[in-house]
Design a protein around this ligand. Structure first.
Ligand code: PMP
Length: 362
């Protein structure tokens, strides 16, 4: 077996221990004689597994009791639309903080269902820094404030939860940094995350929503779009993504065994520190253009001093067992994604390769 060091932005690396356990259990899950994918979500085994996954996530994130945890589908993109459908009436407005590609997309998709007020944007700075909190023009009558704590493509991250007061619920797209460190869930009205970076395979969305927000009238819509219906049905309003839910549960158990989000915070700080240190210490051979105060721990962008070397860097890094370092096509350059399942050894191997490449290519 040859596993590479995987820096994919998503779908991304999963812990080998999780994959090995899934492999062991694939043909005969939990003594059932069938795989988890081959049985009813209404069966007692699946219901017990689902409840354990929720309990483990609640323990990891210290989710307060007045929040529902939902296991949904549709990707984060579907919820860009479904969140305004649920939290806002047709005449309401919502505040959006635009700090990169994904928050811009969330704002534009929401526009079909709510009046979008872009309360702050760093577009004019090419999203290289965060819009300073004192520049946000928040509307006290907004249905909610939406932001994206970590921008997967632009590589910028909020390192603190912004204070928006208590009156307007804060909504966060945590797709690319959920479970990467401690987070005070009580500061949020709604958190959502596509699973395919820090949790499991794609096709699953984890949502944590304050229960009072489930009562918002929103507008007439089919039951399948209504979060309150999903909550009332324990996320089994229709057939859930059983495989995704199962793998998410295995990842939550793995995280608990590793020491939870506090241990992940230490690991992620060490990994990002090592890589940014190598970039900054390369005498300009490699560059990260992001404001140091806003640099993402999860998605580290870097450019080579000469783009003519990009193709060689990608080819040689892949040959050295370092996968998926090509930056997003919108920005070019390189990007190393350092989610929870990427070990420190992967970043050590990358840093060593980068130094070696710089020496060989002058
Ligand atoms: N938000 C963020 C922060 C993301 O990184 C991504 C995907 N990479 C999305 C939303 C979109 O997720 P999906 O493809 O699951 O809809």
């Amino acid at each position: 077996m040859s596993r590479v060091w995987n820096f994919s932005a998503g779908p991304a690396a999963l812990p080998p221990a999780v994959l090995e356990r899934a492999q062991r259990e694939l043909l005969d899950w939990n003594g059932s004689g069938a795989s988890v994918m081959e049985q009813s979500h209404r069966g007692k085994r699946f219901i017990a597994m689902a409840a354990q996954a929720e309990a483990d996530l609640r323990a990891l994130m210290e989710v307060p009791a007045d929040y529902a945890v939902l296991f949904l589908q549709g990707g984060a993109t579907q919820h860009f639309a479904q969140i305004p459908m649920n939290l806002a009436g047709p005449d309401d407005s919502a505040d959006y903080i635009v700090s990169g590609h994904w928050s811009a997309k969330a704002a534009s998709e929401a526009g079909a269902y709510v009046r979008v007020n872009v309360a702050a944007s760093s577009a004019a700075d090419d999203y290289l820094k965060l819009p300073p909190r004192d520049s946000w023009r928040l509307d006290p009558r907004a249905a909610y404030v939406h932001y994206t704590p970590n921008e997967t493509i632009h590589g910028v991250e909020f390192h603190d939860v912004p204070d928006v007061g208590d009156a307007v619920p804060l909504v966060a797209d945590l797709s690319s940094n959920i479970l990467s460190g401690p987070l005070d869930v009580s500061r949020f009205g709604l958190i959502y995350a596509g699973a395919q970076k820090n949790i499991g395979p794609s096709g699953l969305v984890v949502m944590i929503i304050r229960r009072d927000l489930l009562q918002r009238a929103g507008r007439p819509m089919a039951r399948i779009f209504r979060y309150a219906e999903h909550a009332a049905a324990d996320s089994m309003l229709n057939t859930p993504n059983t495989w995704g839910w199962y793998l998410a549960g295995l990842t939550f158990q793995w995280l608990l065994e590793q020491g939870g989000v506090a241990a992940m915070a230490d690991l992620n700080r060490a990994k990002a520190g090592l890589l940014y240190g190598a970039i900054d210490g390369s005498d300009g051979y490699y560059r990260n253009p992001v404001d140091p105060a806003a640099r993402s721990r999860m998605n580290v962008r870097f450019d080579l001093h000469d783009t003519a070397l990009d193709a060689a860097f990608l080819q040689e890094s892949e040959a050295a067992g370092l996968l998926a370092l090509k930056g997003h096509k919108a920005l070019g350059g390189m990007r190393a994604s350092l989610y929870n399942a990427v070990p420190l050894a992967a970043v050590e191997a990358l840093v060593e390769f980068m130094g070696d490449f710089a020496r060989r290519h002058g």
